[in-house]
Every structure is written in C-alpha cells, then in structure tokens.
Design a protein around this ligand. Structure first.
Ligand code: C5P
Length: 239
C-alpha cells in the first residue's frame, strides 16, 4: 500500500521561490506559492519518509512532522540542499530558484535622487541611476543547484533526482533537454499558460518526462494528487 511505501527513506524537497536582495527593504522574486512543494513534503511524510523541506519565504502553515529549513536566497538554498543530500535517497527540486541576483546588495536603502550617479552599494555595481531618473539594476547569474549537483560524482549513495520546469513554449524539447542536462530521473513540466495550473493555483496540469524517454500527460489535478502521482513514480524508481 501507499501508506508506508517510503518508510525508512530520507527525502529532500525544495519549495517556494527565492528572494534576492537589492537593498535592506527590496528584493527580486517570483510568483511561486510553495503549494506544490509543500504538498510533496506532506505526501512523503504520510508515506513514512523522513522529510527535509527547504523552503523559500511562503505564506503557508508549517507542516507537522517534517524538518523545515527556511532560506531566502538561491545561495542559501544551494548550501541547504548540498548539505541535506549527502544522506538522502531522493531530492525533489520544486522551488523556483531565481536565475539572477543583484550583483551587490546595497547595505543602505537605495534612494531616488535627481541627477546621475551610482546607486547605493558600497561603490559596487548594484545599479546605476541615469540623468533621466531611470535606474538600472545589474544582475548576475545564480548557481544552478541541480546543474551543479549533476557534476558532483562523490555522493555517498544513489540520489533519485526530480526537477520541475515551468515552460511557456517548446515544452517537450525544453523538458527533454533539461532532463539530460541536469541528469534527472524525472522532470515534471508545469503548464503555466493555463489558469488552472502553475503559480498560486491549487490545481496543476503536468507532463512527466522519465529518463528512459517515457512521457506521461496527467490530467488537471489538485496539487496533492499531483504530489501522490510523483511519489508513485519515485517509489518505482527506488525499488
Ligand atoms: O532551468 P530551469 O530553471 O527551468 O530548471 C528548473 C529546475 O531546476 C527546477 O527543478 C528548479 O528547482 C531547478 N533549478 C535549480 N537551480 C537554479 C534554477 C533552477 O536547481 N538556479
């Protein structure tokens, strides 16, 4: 039965979006609600797994019976993931990790001001105020957590890896490319163009891409149902 089919298993789930500081009061973020990741963590807990939930800032209740580790930035999420996977059997990255972050967060609130000059940032290149009053923010690349994990060959045990993809075009092509590039066992492609799927909704419409080439189109389901379907596939991979 499903109830105990993850008993003795150590799983790591990431959820929510990261927030990349611009200055003490502002950040670059995204619309991830964390609902899919929290549903995955709760489903794994109900099936008997030991769950580490690494979460960006979300407005969801803390689930009982899971080990919650709160992070804000992609760098913090990477450190938490790398530390947690060393003794895990499964990693599901459902978090929406920001691809870019401000180059150097300013230590003081950036002021709007007349005339040209640098944005605050300890003389660093965080942003630039132009003479016309516009302000350009300089973003640099964040680490790709799954991508860097794919390069790590020295994990003490086999780690089943599941990634998510929110695509708006060329879904199949991009999903297959991501599956191979990030060396995933399963990629969950989210249809974010529908109003009943993707960010913030309670339902989701996903397509599963397996490493062996199998593709499964799932119907629109509550995120809890999608979570159950994903763990069913992971349980097969573990046995
Ligand atoms: O390349 P893309 O961002 O579309 O890949 C999405 C998948 O990769 C998700 O599982 C996401 O959690 C993960 N990811 C990551 N590190 C990043 C960006 C995305 O691990 N910097």
């Amino acid at each position: 039965g499903k109830k105990g089919d993850l008993a003795g298993c150590r799983v790591v789930v990431t959820a929510g979006g990261t927030q990349e500081p611009i200055d003490p009061v502002r950040y670059v973020g995204n619309r991830s609600s964390g609902k899919m990741g929290y549903a995955l963590a709760e489903e794994a807990r109900d099936r008997g797994a030991h769950v580490v939930l690494i979460s960006g800032p979300v407005s969801l209740p803390v689930p009982y019976g899971v080990e919650l580790r709160r992070v804000e930035t992609a760098a913090q999420m990477q450190a938490a993931v790398f530390s947690a996977v060393t003794n895990a059997d499964v990693l599901i990255m459902s978090a929406a990790v920001a691809d870019f972050r401000p180059a150097h967060p300013a230590s003081q609130k950036i002021k709007k001001r007349l005339g040209g000059g640098r944005g605050a940032g300890e003389g660093e290149n965080t942003g630039e105020q132009a003479t016309d009053g516009s302000f350009s923010l300089h973003l640099i690349k964040n680490p790709d957590i799954l991508g860097e994990l794919a390069q790590m060959q020295d994990l003490p045990r086999r780690l089943v890896r599941v990634g998510f993809a929110a695509e708006t075009e060329n879904v199949v092509e991009n999903a297959k490319d991501k599956l191979h590039r990030k060396q995933l066992d399963l990629l969950v492609a989210n249809d974010v163009t529908r109003s009943d799927s993707g960010f913030g909704t309670n339902t989701n419409k996903v397509t599963l891409f397996h490493a062996n080439g199998v593709m499964e189109d799932l119907p629109v389901m509550p995120k809890t149902g999608v979570a159950a379907a994903i763990w069913d596939r992971v349980v097969s991979l573990l046995s």
